[in-house]
Design a protein around this ligand. Structure first.
Ligand code: GLN
Length: 305
């Protein structure tokens, strides 16, 4: 398996140049795009790694899966579904998905920015600090890594320049889709996107969703099984934004990308996958990362379809 991963990384190295690093968050524009790493954790709990698997990057939109999980844990399925719709948008991550001049909860999706920002307001806590700590602790638990922290430079950079997200959040507020203070909710969202991880953390988080709540080599269930069904189903239809259909055909597993260059792959009952390469395609998904996943899926018959 390790050999297979090494071969894939070598084969796909040619694609790292093809993507572009995200530049709308100035701090991300500084990242070296010549990085490609992978980690796979199989059901036996065995960990396989290749390439730049130890390099750190910010979780960005992959954290939407964890925000959704925290919202489900705090409020239950029915409440969350009522507040944030589950239909695929087929639109870019920062799209305004209004219909007929109206914005309703059913136009939102947990995997695009508007839905994710609205979900941040569903996390329960006495203060904004407490809500974020809860999210960070859940991330650490899912990744089996207590030392995970926020990258302050990326957080401040995104906070300074995140005017589109600010606009989306105020639009949500004006339609009554956010409770509480908009800036405080946005702060939780910006901090969450700036959590710093590596491929192994990502593979471990993916593993927890693949195993319906059990971290590798553990019998302790850290969340209810049905929440994994909920999250994985949404990843299948919307995890790669407006690239989700193509990805379903070519790779065929629930997955979530982030503009930091990470992709988390979930192969239900079989494995968790973490990939990192910061050069992105025009949809904001890791260019080389998708090429690696396509080959891995073909080699190991991972497609759930
Ligand atoms: N923090 C980014 C944003 O909100 C996340 C987007 C992404 O990873 N696709 O713009």
């Amino acid at each position: 398996m390790e050999q297979l991963l090494e071969n894939l990384i070598e084969e796909c190295q040619q694609y790292v140049e093809k993507g572009e690093v995200a530049s709308y968050i100035p701090e991300l524009a500084k990242v070296d795009k010549n990085q490609l790493g992978i980690c796979v954790i199989s059901t036996t709990g065995k960990v396989y790694r290749a390439g730049d698997y130890l390099n750190s990057f910010t979780i960005q939109s992959v954290v939407k899966t964890i925000i959704l999980l925290q919202a489900l844990i705090d409020n239950g399925e029915e409440f969350v579904k009522e507040r944030i719709g589950v239909e695929a948008t087929g639109k870019p991550f920062d799209a305004i998905n209004m219909r007929a001049g109206n914005l309703e909860s059913q136009h939102l999706n947990p995997m695009v920015n508007m839905g994710a920002i609205a979900m941040c307001s569903l996390i329960k806590g006495r203060s904004e600090e407490e809500k974020f700590e809860k999210l960070l602790n859940l991330t650490r638990k899912l990744a089996c890594n207590d030392s995970i922290e926020v990258n302050q430079d990326v957080y401040l950079s995104e906070k300074r320049t995140g005017n589109k997200n600010r606009a989306l959040a105020y639009l949500l507020k004006s339609y009554g889709l956010i409770d509480g203070d908009v800036d405080a909710v946005l702060d939780t969202y910006f901090k969450a996107c700036s959590i710093s991880i590596n491929c192994e953390d990502l593979a471990c988080i993916g593993y927890c969703f693949a195993s319906h709540g059990k971290p590798p080599r553990s019998d302790e269930r850290i969340f209810e099984s049905q929440y994994a069904t909920y999250v994985n189903a949404i990843l299948t239809t919307c995890g790669m934004y407006d690239g989700s259909g193509e990805f379903a055909i070519n790779v065929g597993i629930p997955a979530k990308s982030g503009v930091g260059g990470g992709i988390m792959g979930v192969v239900p009952t079989r494995m968790g996958i973490g990939i990192f390469s910061p050069g992105l395609d025009d949809k904001g998904n890791s260019y080389a990362g998708i090429r690696v996943l396509e080959r891995l899926s073909r080699e190991m018959f991972l497609s759930i379809f």
